[in-house]
Design a protein around this ligand. Sequence first.
Ligand SMILES: [Zn+2]
Length: 332
Amino acid sequence: MTSRPSLVPLLLLLLALSLAGCRSRTPASAGAPAPAALTSEAAATPEASATPGAAAKPALPTTGSYDWSVPAIFRGHIIGNGKKGFPQKLIAITLDDGPSPSQTPEALRILAKYHVHATFFVVGAYASLRPKLLTREAAEGHCIGIHSYSHLAWSTPAQAAKNIDMTAAVIYQATGKHPTVFRPPYGIVATPKHQNPKMPINNTLTLTARKDGYPVILWSMSSADTSQKILHDSAAIANNVIHTPNPGGAFVLMHDGGGHMSSIKALEQIIPQLQAKGWKFVTIPELLRAWADWMATQASAPAPAAAQPAAVTTPAAAVPAPETPGAAAPTP
Ligand SMILES: [Zn+2]
């Protein structure tokens, strides 16, 4: 009996694209235009493509790290610092630029070994090649966020929309879950007034993500794992994370794509050493929800009337104001 290619995967892809588009704008066209040319980073490792849509959507739990929801107060905001005064020792490892066929499985192995959950900011072009890794990430309780489709620094509004929608669609198709967090390539969030006219980098991706309601997640501390000095030095990478002060709940920039196996090996040092110091590893949505819960207690805490002036101002930390990027160095 001869067989012919099934249309089911294609139909599932088109359905996912349509659903993603419906979230915020006109649904993506059925033709799903090809993304802009990949950067050298994103085009580095072509390989045989897995069939998109082949992965069954797992019925996942909806609590704890499986809960990707983010508090409304953070949606559309840029988050680049911890919360001053936040008392819990929470830390969120974020891994960018995957999924990688080598680094990502190793990262998953180490995270599982220590019962730790992380947040993967995936490149859609890679995710579409390796959807089973996304399925596994979600099934093992990790969060998956959008890191664009083609890792563009600069994009037109149309390219930005496609980069976000197509990546969201790939994530949904592999996991059955809609992503809720976004990290721009290179951490670029510059506003137009900061643009260098000679350097056509703008914040179209970030602007689009904010309009779509995604929190734009930068990092409160960097492992500096893209620094040429320590690129292959897992001990130095680990040291940057372990010995950096972490006030207010930390979220750490690392990479599981782009050949960063040293970053993955550093997890073997980072996780047990920080756990021994009382740190709990959480996903980005878990960290944001913990912040929101704490902020709510700060806002509703009764004023110590006798000791305070009559007009007690609202604690600054309870005001959901946009945050500025932290001291984040540009990174791939
Ligand atoms: Zn990146």
